[in-house]
Unconditional design. Sequence first.
Length: 317
Amino acid sequence: MSSPGSGHSGHHFSGTHYVVSEDIDILVPRWCRSIGLLPPAKNFYLELRSRMKDFLQNLFARVTFIGSREIRSGLLKSVALHKKAGLTVISLERAYLEDTEVDGRIELTRTVDESGEDIQVPSVRNGAPLKWMQYESLRGKKIALIDDVVFSGKTLISTVSGLHHYHANVHAVTAAVGVKDGVNKLKKTTFGIIGMPKHLKVDCLEEFDDVSDQVCERDFYPGVPYSGRVYYIDNVSFPYVLPFGRPDKWASIPEKELRRFSVLCIDNTIALFEEIERINGIQIFCSMIPRPVFGFPKNKLRFVSFLKEAREKCLKT
């Protein structure tokens, strides 16, 4: 793996890949610990992934799952090198790095309207300060940005431009996963701002020439922390599965496979939460779920029962 700022990726993949960034084995245990529950064993997540990988490999020529521990380890090394270079490390991602491991965060998220249509401008996370206030708090800093993925490059270009408007100069970007076109667009963007390099130094742990799509694993698991796209006026999500979200549009799942794919995702999620219930000898209610789903009942319905109802709706879709 190359050092941050070198402009080169750690690993390079040619050809078209369907890429999944693993993260549920970090996010679920973190949530469990936060409410005093024991998480599933590590091998349990491998079983869930095996089912998902088998399904995706029947749809796409090349399927690549990038390990969560590999991503976390690589990002931590990059953070250390950026700090050694005197840069303030600001993270845009929430899955892999703890608050104590970076100097701060910019809280942005993908949002949709009530029909599930994308709102093109990233919104602030629920409860976070307004975007301009987040940028203003970094005034005068020399910054390295950390993100989970560079796909089109648009979000990062907008963020860098916004920060520079408040005289916070970005000197480097490190991402776990990069797609060649988006990475090149980010590298070639000329900001022309005094105090920063003419072109950004962009470093990715894994870079792909071309992808069918790149998806965060959590987006296939309703209710898991940070899963899905967020409803723009409330802290509820649209997971990337029927009957909630748009797996065709958001995860490039072929139309004829939408129902089977969504049933698999829901079955995996049911298995996950039933395992948490079994280990801890309790029931998990909808009111306990860290990432409420659009249309969520605000009562003590067991979450697994809600998922089974969603599964039936999916089968009738």
